[in-house]
Design a protein around this ligand. Structure first.
Ligand SMILES: Nc1ncnc2c1ncn2[C@@H]1O[C@H](COP(=O)(O)OP(=O)(O)O)[C@@H](O)[C@H]1O
Ligand SMILES: [Mg+2]
Length: 356
């Protein structure tokens, strides 16, 4: 190696941690980014990586180091309308200072405009590596109808469901009869492109089904209606690119009828059990299905796969894949890896190595 190559290999890699975002999961994203930042500050990571933070405000504008650091410190969304020189137009307005020197991006964005392939497309165009799935895996994983079609094509087990286009609400009686005949009650109505249980409802009768469809149609043209199952909820973390590795399996227990937004985000209403108290062969099957789920949608890097376990039949079904799962210190993804022998600093290092 010549001297400049030696120097280059010793220089820390500039990591662009980008978080916030124009989605309902803005606040969670800030907390996820805090965890990644912490992981990069521990062990050998400070020598390996030079962290640069970027914040996307709720209007989709990008901000550099000073705003991003303040947001991470306060753990609160920034009121960027008060900042000097603000461009009032919404959406991406160009790169803040420091963005073009990033060697590897670490997006910690959940939901639309971050987990769905949009920012992955931008990084691909820039020809800069990034943590997590590419455009295809992100986009397919985000859209519940595309995801279910990919799972079905791969022969993966899932519960009965029907696809609904919002335009079909114009034929009310016809639509309700079709859904009742195919699925019965209870059923779950979901907008295809959100997360955190936003816009999702459970229906026990015709009136509730109609209200659920109207609610979902406010969020998305694409709607999925699923048969309501009596199940336990298991989660498995996956890591890797060509070689995928599954974590121990965890279970989410909660004191509510289903895992809705309030139960997810108000403290004390849900509890992770790691490892899940299920028969060994069920956990092993869940791990296999989790890996198959990533392959089915073309996801890589990291994902959390959520499964339904029907205890009476010992049947496992895939509920969904999250290609940029919650990463707060109380989130399943880092906790499952911790329980599998990969502590946080090693986890973020592995994710960056996979990206590069
Ligand atoms: N078919 C179903 N049967 C029973 N419960 C369901 C079903 N679909 C969703 N749920 C409940 O709703 C929650 C949120 O649904 P999910 O599809 O995971 O949406 P999100 O992407 O917003 O997390 C699940 O964790 C579960 O508690
Ligand atoms: Mg879910």
């Amino acid at each position: 190696m010549n001297t400049s190559a030696v120097k280059a290999s010793l220089e820390p890699i500039v990591v662009g941690l980008i978080f916030g975002g124009n989605s309902g999961e803005h606040a969670i994203s800030i907390r996820s980014a805090c965890t990644v930042k912490q992981g990069l500050s521990e062990g050998l990571n400070p020598a390996r990586y030079q962290l640069r933070c970027f914040y996307i405000d709720q209007q989709g504008r990008w901000w550099g180091e000073s705003v991003a650091k303040a947001v991470l410190e306060s753990k609160q969304p920034a009121d960027t309308t008060k900042l000097a020189g603000i461009n009032t137009r919404e959406g991406f307005q160009g790169f803040p200072e420091g963005a073009l020197e990033v060697d590897c991006w670490f997006p910690m964005l959940h939901g639309p405009n971050g987990e769905d392939g949009t920012i992955q497309g931008l990084f691909s165009l820039m020809q800069v590596p990034f943590v997590g799935s590419g455009v295809l895996g992100s986009a397919v994983g985000m859209d519940k109808l595309a995801m279910k079609a990919a799972f079905a094509a791969a022969g993966l087990p899932q519960g009965p469901y029907q696809a609904v286009a919002a335009a079909e609400l114009a034929q009310k009686e016809q639509l309700l009869s079709r859904l009742e005949q195919a699925l019965g009650y209870p059923c779950f109505i979901k907008p295809a492109n959100l997360g955190s249980s936003v816009g999702i409802s459970k229906a026990n009768n015709r009136e509730e089904l109609w209200a659920g469809l109207e609610l979902a149609a406010n969020y998305d043209q694409r709607i999925v209606v699923e048969q309501g199952l009596k199940v336990r909820e298991l989660e498995c973390a996956v890591l890797g690119r060509e070689q995928l590795q599954a974590s121990v399996v965890g279970e989410i227990c909660f004191d509510a009828d289903w895992y809705d937004y309030d139960t997810k985000y108000s403290e004390g209403h849900s509890q992770p059990i790691i490892p899940a108290q299920v028969p060994e062969q069920v956990a092993a099957q869940a791990q296999k299905l989790a890996i198959s789920a990533l392959q089915a949608v073309g996801a890589s890097g990291l994902s959390r796969v959520d499964l339904f376990y029907e205890e009476t039949t010992e049947r496992l079904l895939i509920n969904e894949i999250n290609t940029l799962p919650g990463f707060t210190h109380l989130s399943m993804y880092p906790m499952l890896w911790f329980a599998s022998g990969i502590p946080l600093p090693d986890l973020v290092h592995k994710l960056l190595e996979l990206a590069r």
